[in-house]
Design a protein. Structure first.
Length: 77
């Protein structure tokens, strides 16, 4: 995954697909996260309110992340 810093753009606002709102209408932003496994770099994404919140979520994942099961489909609400 290649992460491009937003400060290189004239308007560093994320596109709509990378912003959503929680139940109270507060914006959540999509963040890239990465990890190494057996010498290979892997990536995933998470939703967080800010960079600081994303860091806190990663720290929490380090302590308590668990596999819930394989995903077979998604049902949009």
């Amino acid at each position: 995954m290649t992460v491009i810093r937003p400060d290189i753009f004239a308007d560093p606002q994320p596109e709509e697909a990378f912003v959503r709102r929680d139940g109270q209408g507060v914006c959540l932003f999509k963040f890239a996260v990465e990890y190494r496994l057996d010498g290979t770099l892997w990536a995933a994404d998470i939703w967080a309110y800010s960079h600081q919140d994303a860091e806190a979520r990663v720290a929490a994942m380090k302590k308590s992340l668990a596999v819930c099961g394989q995903v077979y489909c998604e049902v949009l609400a």
